[in-house]
Design a binder for this molecule. Structure first.
Ligand SMILES: Cc1cc2nc3c(=O)[nH]c(=O)nc-3n(C[C@H](O)[C@H](O)[C@H](O)COP(=O)(O)OP(=O)(O)OC[C@H]3O[C@@H](n4cnc5c(N)ncnc54)[C@H](O)[C@@H]3O)c2cc1C
Length: 460
């Protein structure tokens, strides 16, 4: 088959900074770049921002587990204030309403002057030597080109970097398997008091009072029941499996969170798929949608039959986007290793800090990765700016869950607060490069961090 000559396509638009993908990291990158005065275009395949956090219905924010909860992002606080004003975040800031997060991110983009190009997919790039000159876009206007000076790959899967010829890691090196994906959902119409009373009665029936609670007059709630743990809901799950009303997979990973401002509404962190499936394989993504909906309908029937409070409950939302925990990790100038994370390594050009554990679903951490944690009195690791610069390409940064990391390291860096930090740093770094007429490799991460701090970011 002859190669297609995309360079003959019409130019749709050009921008100084072109951000591909409007998830957490992409939105933060675009806002940060526009705030530094650069003409910034954000291209997103769906009609809203937030990606996994919104269209994947992934709430809440995990904590970076650093004492005092510092946030290596100034935009973190602006977003938090916006969400609070909307009644869509709790005081601590970890619980949020995914629907209003879409709105808040979009407003921050609009206010910063980011040009949003929704319903547009990036399938290909055009290069000149080691530089990307444009990305190909596909949308209702057909195929065309977007030219740019610096490109930021925020697709979560490293689509742009891979099309540009970057190398990548993918999946567990021991098994070849990616982390499991999940199709998340929200149920509305729940009587939270009745559900709380059910949890209490189960605790009494089973003698186990663990991981099922409702508080703040029914506004806040958390429960989990993962196979192998002995918690309040274990017995009712086992009874439902025994009766054929649930599958064993339904029980392997089940978790539920309340969302501020949404009384009677719960977000479920399940169903999870444990077969060898791949978030960059269109067939696997399609099958996950079909199997996921079957599981969600089955799970609602289980709540109605076995629990209290679900009598008038209904499925409010099934994520349009399958939740992908891990797919490709792009090879960058510094690839984060298990030793970097567990050894709590520090870097002079660091732009993010975290102490979030290695969080691998579906598989236990093997001994090979258990390195002795460093004890320098600073229990966190750092992400250098170099982990965002795509190796072998002159003008491409990568942000979010697909930054340069080994499989094990990605299992820690993938959380939303870290995606926010990497996005913000990339946006500032791209702006600095353009302002100074420099290549992205000439930008010192310490200077990027300096701007983040000046604007309100916190580092431990
Ligand atoms: C089931 C699940 C549970 C999780 N639980 C938590 C949790 O409780 N707390 C936490 O902090 N983190 C959690 N995480 C991790 C975290 O939510 C994600 O790793 C993070 O949100 C990823 O952000 P991102 O910006 O890198 O990618 P994404 O949010 O995936 O954004 C990528 C964006 O790019 C768009 N896109 C992709 N390809 C293209 C293309 N070629 N062209 C145009 N647009 C494109 C997508 O539509 C999307 O909007 C969880 C993840 C999953 C999957």
């Amino acid at each position: 088959m002859n190669a297609i000559d995309f360079s003959a396509l019409p130019v749709y638009t050009n921008a100084e900074v072109v951000v591909c993908g409007g998830g957490t990291a992409g939105a933060f990158a675009a806002i940060a770049s526009a705030r530094e005065g650069r003409d910034t275009l954000l291209i997103e395949q769906f009609g809203s921002l937030g990606g996994t956090a919104t269209n994947g219905l992934v709430t809440p924010l995990m904590s970076t587990h650093i004492e005092g909860n510092p946030q290596s992002s100034y935009l973190f606080f602006e977003l938090q204030n916006k969400l609070r004003a909307l009644g869509a975040s709790n005081e601590r800031g970890n619980l949020f309403d995914p629907m209003l997060l879409k709105y808040a991110l979009e407003q921050l983009c609009v206010e910063a002057g980011v040009r949003l190009l929704y319903h547009t997919f990036v399938p290909e790039v055009i290069k000149d030597g080691d530089k990307i000159v444009s990305v190909v876009i596909a949308n209702k206007a057909g195929l065309s080109l977007v030219k740019g000076e610096i490109f930021i790959d925020a697709t979560g899967d490293g689509d742009v970097a891979v099309r540009a010829g970057a190398s990548y890691n993918k999946g567990n090196p021991e098994t070849g398997m990616n982390q499991p994906m999940s199709l998340r959902y929200i149920i509305d119409g729940i009587d939270m008091h009745a559900l709380g009373a059910f949890f209490a009665s189960e605790a009494e029936r089973t003698g186990v009072s663990k991981n099922a609670s409702v508080w703040a007059d029914g506004w806040e709630m958390y429960a989990d029941c993962c196979r192998g743990s002995n918690v309040t809901l274990t017995k009712v799950f086992e009874e439902a499996i025994e009766a054929g009303d649930l599958t064993v997979e339904d029980h392997i990973y089940w978790q539920v969170f309340a969302m501020p401002g949404r009384y009677g509404s719960l977000a479920f962190n399940c169903p999870e798929f444990f077969a060898n499936i791949d978030g960059t394989n269109p067939e696997d993504l399609s099958i996950s949608q079909v199997k996921g909906k079957q599981a969600i309908v089955r799970q609602l029937a289980f709540y109605k039959k076995y629990m209290k409070g679900f009598e008038k409950a209904y499925i409010a939302e099934i994520a349009p986007m399958v939740g992908v925990r891990e797919s490709r990790e792009i090879v960058t100038d510094h690839v984060l290793t298990a030793e970097d994370i567990l050894g709590k390594r520090k870097h002079p050009d660091m732009i993010a800090q975290s102490n979030y554990p290695i969080d691998i679903h579906g598989k236990q951490l093997t001994n090979r990765y258990l390195v002795e944690p460093a004890d320098d009195g600073k229990p966190w690791y750092e992400i250098p700016f170099r982990s965002l610069i795509v190796k072998g390409i002159d003008n491409l940064l990568v942000v979010g869950r697909c930054i340069g990391a080994e499989f094990i390291a990605e299992a820690s860096v993938r959380i939303q607060p870290t995606a926010r930090s990497t996005g913000e740093a990339a946006g500032i770094g791209a702006a600095l490069a353009i302002a100074g007429g420099k290549s992205i490799r000439e930008i010192d991460g310490a200077d990027v961090r300096g701007i983040m701090v000046k604007k309100g970011a916190q580092f431990a």
